[in-house]
Design a protein around this ligand. Structure first.
Ligand SMILES: C[S@@+](CC[C@H](N)C(=O)[O-])C[C@H]1O[C@@H](n2cnc3c(N)ncnc32)[C@H](O)[C@@H]1O
Length: 218
């Protein structure tokens, strides 16, 4: 029996210390190659004008830029503290001219209709106050034929896998946040239901080893 979902935050990750710890964690994940960048590329988000939602410290978008060509990235982030770290990371990658960080809430995206060829997001949807609203914003801001891909944890993961991943998650200080994110994450069935309530006709929700992946086309 899967426990009830528990909301983690409706404001993103704002605290100075939390952000630095998250940045350290994101670097560990990047170095292990656990960042879903290959998945976004495999789904066809490879070029053009692309949006990332909830980049946090930005490493996923920066790794995506490293693996793609003829691409420009806009990254929409609710936390200014995260944007500061993301800009620092973009400078370290030498990609400051390829990425634009925008401070804002994905519930009301500050972009025109049909702005993007592709939209991706990792580990953020469980924090969105109204996910259906954001998914409809994704629909609105995609060009016709545009693709989106969202990856996240899933709450219905095998408890033994949770124990194993919890014990190996570094730095240690991120572990309580790891658990609260897991408790806020959706199951595959819940995510499918969310998508059914959006304007997307063409979507797929897939179960992965530790998480889930949602893909769709406008
Ligand atoms: C758990 S972090 C994941 C960061 C990054 N995508 C990664 O996987 O390393 C989630 C990020 O989404 C941002 N976020 C949460 N709700 C948001 C919203 N409504 N609009 C924009 N960003 C949001 C948070 O501030 C945080 O930086």
């Amino acid at each position: 029996m899967v426990k009830q979902r528990v909301i983690e935050t409706n404001e993103g990750i704002q605290g100075e210390l939390d952000v630095e710890i998250f940045n350290e964690f994101a670097k560990v994940m990047r170095d292990k190659g656990w960042n879903n960048v290959d998945s976004f590329i495999a789904e066809g988000i490879t070029k053009g004008t692309v949006l990332e939602i909830g980049p946090g410290p930005g490493l996923i978008g920066l790794e995506w830029l490293k693996k793609t060509q003829n691409a420009g990235l806009t990254a929409l982030e609710i936390s200014n503290t995260m944007i500061r770290i993301a800009k620092r990371n973009a400078e370290d990658y030498g990609f400051s001219d390829k990425v634009r960080y925008v401070n804002g809430n994905a519930l009301e995206m500050p972009f025109e209709d049909g702005s993007f060829d592709g939209i991706f997001s990792n580990g953020s949807i469980h924090e969105w106050e109204k996910p259906v609203k954001v998914l409809n914003e994704i629909y609105r801001t995609l060009k016709p034929g545009g693709i989106f891909c969202i990856s996240d944890m899933r709450r219905d993961v095998n408890p033994l896998i949770v124990k194993m991943i919890y014990a190996s998650t570094k730095p240690k200080e991120i572990r309580p946040g790891f658990m609260s994110s897991l408790h806020a994450a959706y199951t595959v069935n819940e995510m499918t239901e969310l998508l059914r309530n959006t304007e997307f006709q063409n979507f797929k929700v897939e179960k992965e080893f530790f998480g889930l992946k949602v893909t769709g086309k406008k």
